[in-house]
Write a protein that binds this ligand. Structure first.
Ligand code: APR
Length: 354
């Protein structure tokens, strides 16, 4: 059975914690490195907890944990969950994924620095939100070949769509084949023309009016969980979705999955991370598949790409400011005019005796 030598997780919060135990239970790696800045040593605490259970589940896994990025040393692949999740505000509303952008961009830069320092050759799967924007920024900083960096969104959005369809049709979730593409936000596009129940068109089971309602629920499904939890966002299903991508790589499955990948001309899009179906195997994203969509789906997909483009522009603007600030912080501080004058006063004027 294929197994990675070392997998890394950034963030030992809700998603990172579940990833840790699932990677160990599924024996996907011989060593797991986990990083979290949270004191006193949350990553080490979570790793020790899982480690102490491994004899019970017969998993020979080593754990390395740290508050800096050193636990990622030598990782073959890293999953990034570091970021602030959506949480309910006191007035009952909650921020959009985009509102998380400012905070999570700063965190993304720290993650990129850590990866560049300790495992520059690792492949990367990003989960942190806003998904499309963070993976775009990580790519700018890491400069990895496009097949080695991706974002998890489509697998989760598709799982939600499949569940709601199965519930509505009264059939097994295993019977539902579907695909949700585009950005990981309110503009995501469930591709109804590709949706099948045991090979039959979904509309044979569910009316198109009801499918409209289901698709609307899919677009808002992340928010539905946030408003129920009150303290954070979904964490079990995003973890399982990410591991579907990771298992496809570890076991070289050549599995077609909807993933956020850098498009360079496919679907007529250049330079953006967009959710599209791709073959995943040992090489990471091995091939992007172009789906035939109906004219209406094409329009929705185009609108979703535009929404991602807007966020990417925002990332470019904010990222440039962050880079400038970092550069300025690295320069030795110039003396203030007042300080200079005071220093000049202290110095005896040339030629004058004290
Ligand atoms: N380095 C390392 N860890 C960090 C850093 C950093 N620079 N910044 C934040 N973290 C850690 C936090 O300390 C926290 O433990 O990331 C963890 C995030 O965990 P949670 O707050 O529990 O969030 P989670 O539910 O796991 O979601 C993480 O995934 O789905 C997205 O929107 C979600 O962006 C969010 C991310």
């Amino acid at each position: 059975m294929a197994i990675k030598r070392k997998l890394g997780i950034v963030g030992a919060g809700n998603i990172g914690g579940i990833l840790l135990l699932e990677i160990a239970a599924r024996k996907l790696a011989r060593t797991i490195g986990i990083v979290d800045i949270k004191p006193p040593a949350v990553a080490a605490g979570k790793a020790l907890d899982v480690a102490e259970g491994t004899p019970i589940i017969n998993a020979d896994v080593n754990f390395v944990a740290s508050r800096d990025f050193s636990a990622l040393e030598g990782c073959e692949c890293v999953i990034n969950t570091a970021g602030v999740p959506r949480a309910m505000r006191p007035d009952g509303t909650f921020p959009s994924r985009e509102e998380l952008l400012a905070t999570n961009l700063q965190i993304a830069d720290a993650v990129a620095d850590g990866i560049n320092m300790y495992c520059p050759d690792a492949c990367l799967v990003n989960i942190a939100n806003p998904l499309d924007a963070i993976v775009y920024r990580l790519h700018q900083k890491l400069k990895k070949p496009k097949h080695r960096i991706s974002g998890m969104a489509g697998v989760l959005d598709t799982a939600r769509y499949r569940l709601f369809i199965a519930q509505e049709a009264g059939v097994s979730v295993e019977n539902v084949e579907a695909m949700v593409l585009g950005g990981h936000g309110d503009t995501m596009v469930p591709i109804r023309s590709c949706t099948r129940i045991a090979g039959m068109p979904v509309e044979q089971f569910i009316s198109s009016k009801r499918l409209d309602e289901i698709e609307d629920r899919v677009r808002k499904a992340g928010g539905e969980v946030v408003s129920l939890l009150g303290t954070g966002s979904a964490f079990v299903s995003p973890c399982w979705a990410t591991l579907e991508m990771m298992e496809a790589q570890v076991h070289d499955k050549k599995k077609i999955l909807p993933v956020a990948t850098l498009l360079e001309g496919e679907y007529g899009v250049h330079g953006l991370f967009i959710g599209v179906p791709a073959i995943m195997g040992r090489g990471g994203i091995e091939k992007v598949i172009e789906v035939k969509m109906t004219p209406a789906e094409k329009e929705l997909f185009k609108a979703s790409v535009e929404a991602v483009r807007q966020t990417a522009r925002e990332v470019d603007r904010m990222g440039a400011e962050m880079d400038k600030a970092k550069k300025a912080a690295r320069k030795p501080a110039a003396k203030k005019p007042a300080a200079k004058a005071a220093a000049a006063k202290k110095q005896p004027a040339p030629g004058k005796k004290k």
